[in-house]
Design a protein around this ligand. Structure first.
Ligand SMILES: Nc1nc2c(ncn2[C@@H]2O[C@H](COP(=O)(O)OP(=O)(O)OP(=O)(O)O)[C@@H](O)[C@H]2O)c(=O)[nH]1
Length: 485
């Protein structure tokens, strides 16, 4: 991202760390040897067919998390469907839906432990049509694996630039995912180059892809020191949990990390425990006992059974937390950074079937659970500092856009072009420009049709980032500088 955005991101990180009171060193899970584990939300990104699902499916198998029976079933079902080569992907892609759900943001979520982390894995779809789901996944993530197809022509397809003009084609998802991930707050990423078996594990191909991709990743705001690079193959099980076995790869990949090693090399995120409770909702369902259960990641604050909460937007009366689950296990405390399921009862006590005032089908993905004394506000007009991406035509006042913020999606339009800015100093270059073109940094005013839960970025990073999209393209990404209405 541009230098000013970068600075703000860093300043906010320092402020957040200072405010977090060190409650954060309390771990929420421990490894088999009793070593405390930090939570890590990891999103897997990459162009369609880059090998994301196969890699993660095989990794779960290598970690012993897929039973032999399921393994067999996936191979058999995938083969029967004429998609034998997709068998590993089915581990993640084929999830039975047992519960009666209201909203679900369609990002496959799986948990596993590494030596240092209790990982919540978010497998985001690579197809362009599913970029909104990818945004929801990346918005919750602390780090990313970016899968890049190393086969002949594969990298080039994913890294293609869009063609300009109104009817031009958008660029590959390697580009779009990288810029979105960075703008949604992901600072550390491991680039995993897959399918090198198709070129005999040619080191030159690995080096060429790295040389082409690194300048781009730096230009969108990743620091070189926060990037890792490694080869791996999901279907062939190469370099996932141990050193490569194929002699052609082992010949030159001698001291670099394998996938699990790269995950363990990420830094844990500071937990914003001292901030007001904010939990954007990704999932709503009724438990077997009839209680309303909300799923999502706690971005700030903490919760325990008995805590009073409100849903914004939602019914005005508070609810009580009846029980909590984190990483699939019941718990008495959840804090910023945890992925949780919160069972609610009506605030005045309720019964087993309490919380009935929330109808699962009426909860929008992106509603936010808050403390009743510090509720979030629903905003319809706000100011954004944006970087304009690969727009087919210049952006004008009145431009209709889809707004993506944390896991929320809402229709809106650009109500004013306030100024173009110097990306380094933030100084105004031109007030009230007539249009915005690719690469410009600008201050714009945006109106949302129905309202979004947003925070000013300086106050609350996780709820202060917005992406503007239209017709399958990301037009601009930015941070919320002022809430106006
Ligand atoms: N030869 C080879 N094929 C691979 C490798 N990784 C994945 N594939 C194949 O590539 C195809 C796509 O793999 P997926 O894992 O479904 O790709 P994806 O990135 O999850 O795809 P989307 O979720 O649709 O974006 C499948 O046929 C895989 O078997 C690899 O390292 N080598």
């Amino acid at each position: 991202m541009e230098a000013d955005l970068e600075r703000e991101v860093e300043a906010a990180a320092v402020a957040e760390a200072a405010a977090s009171n060190n409650v954060d060193s309390i771990p929420s899970a421990s490894s088999s040897s009793g070593v405390p584990l930090s939570p890590l939300h990891l999103v897997v990104l990459g162009h369609v067919d880059a090998g994301k699902s196969s890699l993660m499916g095989r990794l779960l198998h290598e970690l012993g998390l897929v039973s032999a029976r399921d393994d067999h079933k996936f191979q058999r079902d995938a083969a029967a469907a004429g998609k034998g080569s997709f068998a590993w992907a089915w581990v993640l892609d084929e999830r039975p839906e047992e519960r009666e759900r209201g909203v679900t943001v369609d990002v496959a979520m799986t948990r596993f432990n590494t030596r240092r982390f209790a990982v919540t894995l978010l497998d985001a779809p690579g197809h362009r049509d599913f970029v909104p789901n990818m945004i929801a996944g990346a918005a919750q993530a602390d780090a990313a694996l970016l899968l890049v197809d190393g086969s002949p022509g594969g990298f080039e397809a994913g890294f293609s630039e869009g063609t300009g003009g109104l009817h031009g084609t958008p660029g590959g998802q390697t580009r779009e995912h990288a810029v979105l991930a960075r703008s949604l707050g992901i600072e550390q990423m491991a680039v995993v180059i897959s399918k090198l078996d198709t070129v005999g594990y040619d080191k030159a191909r690995f080096d060429t892809i790295r040389a082409a991709l690194l300048p781009y990743l730096k230009s969108v705001g990743f620091k070189e020191s926060s990037l890792q690079w490694l080869p791996a193959s999901g279907p062939l099980g190469e370099n996932l949990v141990g050193p490569p076995q194929d002699p052609n790869l082992a010949a030159w990949w001698t001291s670099g990390p394998h996938v699990v090693g790269a995950i363990d090399a990420f830094n844990p995120r500071e937990r914003a425990t001292s901030k007001p409770l904010r939990m954007p909702i990704t999932d709503v369902f009724k438990s077997k006992t009839g209680a309303i259960v909300l799923g999502g990641k706690v971005e700030g604050g903490a919760l325990k059974p008995g805590s009073k909460v409100v849903l914004v937007p939602g019914p005005s009366q508070p609810f009580s937390v009846r029980s909590l689950e984190a990483s699939g296990s019941p718990t008495h405390l959840v804090r910023a950074g945890d992925s949780v399921e919160v069972a609610l009862v009506a605030g005045h006590g309720g019964g087993a079937g309490g919380g009935g005032a929330i109808d699962p089908s009426n909860v929008a993905a992106g509603a936010v659970l808050c403390h009743p004394d510090f509720p979030a506000v629903l905003v319809t007009r706000f100011e954004l500092r944006v970087v304009v991406l690969d727009v087919p035509v210049p952006l004008l006042r009145g431009h209709v856009v889809t707004l993506h913020a944390h896991v929320a999606r809402e229709e809106g339009h650009i109500t004013a072009l306030l100024a173009t800015l110097d990306p380094r100093t933030g100084d105004v270059i031109k007030s009230r420009p007539r249009c915005l073109t690719k690469g410009q940094t600008a201050l714009v005013e945006v109106t949302a049709v129905r309202g979004l839960v947003l925070e000013e970025y300086a106050d609350y990073r996780a709820l202060g980032r917005v992406a503007l999209r239209e017709g399958g393209r990301t037009l601009a990404v930015g941070i919320v500088t002022r809430l106006l209405e």
